[in-house]
Design a protein around this ligand. Structure first.
Ligand code: ZN
Length: 383
């Protein structure tokens, strides 16, 4: 009778049969798999408590708009000074200026006032971005050209606070287009990543394509798009005042017939990651939800700041507008936001589970082959 006893590496002794040997191997491997999975699950369960931090569960984004008359004096600095003083209290993450920074595109004194005011944010390490409004570049308002404007003069880059060479060194800066008439910046709150894309008044195809590329390359972010002219006073994308029977000048302040604004809305509606669209330009407040996207016009914007406070527990945003420190309007709306690290963590978790299952199985197969080879050799040798 051939001797079927073979050496079992797991137990360091001779076993009586291949079946016994495999049983030992499988039992041992299964114990190790079970132990590994238990450790993994314990680790997973510990993560929520590790993630919980004393940091408040809310943060804010501030919108400024149509500061054109403030830029005529140093009064603009009162606004940004107030923001700097309150940034910690509001857990401020980003300031978005939706255009008409100055009233006259080539007024040196207005740009200087605007730059000095916005430098208060920069000096206090408060991230900000902006877009050019119709008053900020030559040709749009001043020359009565109401079609998408290519390369009209923009002098903002000559001033410190709007110098894209300087801002491109900031960690929050993403990129700009058309020499800084359109800008993009990013911020993070815990596991939530946000991208703000601010596109200039009646942006040309170059800027629209730049915006599309950013949205598509940041599809996992929660994206806010801001621009200057988007809604009319009734919330339609017809441009300007809209049509209420008395004022029908909707081709004067926006694009003719709202073609640009309507086109922008159609583009943005095809991107699920865009959850909020901000604009200024007209003197009316609008807040509406269109296909899951919150469209907001900050019309009560003279000498005012609008604070969007994101409550991440209730997933609601409270909008409060303050003028000279006094609350003048308020509204709230729900938001659906996606968390980056949850997805990343789930991927890591699933990968580890897959490894925990497959690695021991492969090890068992290798050992089986090895032991069967030993058994075959023994049979051939007749020992
Ligand atoms: Zn305007």
């Amino acid at each position: 009778m051939p001797d079927f006893r073979i050496f079992c590496p797991m137990y360091g002794r001779l076993t009586n049969s291949i079946t016994d040997n495999l049983t030992f191997l499988i039992e041992t491997s299964m114990r190790r798999i079970a132990l590994f999975i238990i450790i993994l699950l314990l680790t997973v369960n510990l993560f929520p408590s590790v993630k919980a931090s004393p940091e408040p569960d809310s943060f804010s984004v501030i919108q400024l708009s149509d500061t054109q008359y403030l830029s005529e004096s140093s009064a603009y600095e009162n606004l940004t000074g107030w923001i700097a003083d309150h940034s910690a209290a509001y857990n401020l993450r980003m300031v978005i200026h939706t255009g008409d920074i100055v009233d006259t595109y080539n007024s040196v004194i207005q740009w200087e006032h605007a730059s000095q005011a916005m430098m208060i944010l920069q000096e206090n390490n408060i991230p900000y971005c902006w877009c050019a409004g119709n008053h900020d570049s030559k040709g749009s308002y001043q020359e009565g050209a109401y079609v998408p404007l290519d390369n009209y003069t923009w002098l903002g880059s000559s001033y410190d606070a709007f110098n894209i060479s300087v801002l491109s060194n900031k960690a929050y800066w993403v990129s700009s287009c058309n020499n800084g008439k359109s800008t993009a910046a990013t911020f993070t709150f815990k596991a939530y990543h946000f991208l703000v894309i601010s596109i200039e008044y009646l942006a040309n195809e170059t800027a629209i394509q730049w915006m599309k590329n950013l949205i598509e390359s940041h599809s996992s972010d929660n994206i806010i798009v801001s621009t200057h002219s988007y809604l009319d006073t009734f919330g339609n994308t017809t441009g300007g005042w809209g049509t209420d029977g008395s004022r029908q000048d909707n081709t004067i302040w926006g694009s003719a017939g709202g073609v640009w604004e309507t086109s922008l809305r159609n583009i943005l509606m095809s991107y699920p990651s865009v959850f909020m669209i901000l604009c200024g330009h007209m003197q009316a407040d609008v807040d509406q939800n269109v296909n899951g996207k919150e469209e907001i016009m900050f019309g009560d914007n003279v000498n005012s700041v609008r604070i969007y406070t994101f409550n991440m527990t209730s997933k609601t945003v409270n909008s409060a507008t303050y003028r000279l420190g006094l609350l003048v309007s308020e509204f709230s709306f729900p938001v659906k936001l996606s968390s980056f690290s949850n997805t990343a963590f789930q991927n890591i978790y699933l990968t580890l589970i897959a490894m925990a299952i497959t690695v021991p199985i492969v090890a068992v197969i290798i050992l089986m082959k090895k032991n069967l080879g030993t058994y075959s050799r023994k049979r051939i040798l007749g020992s």
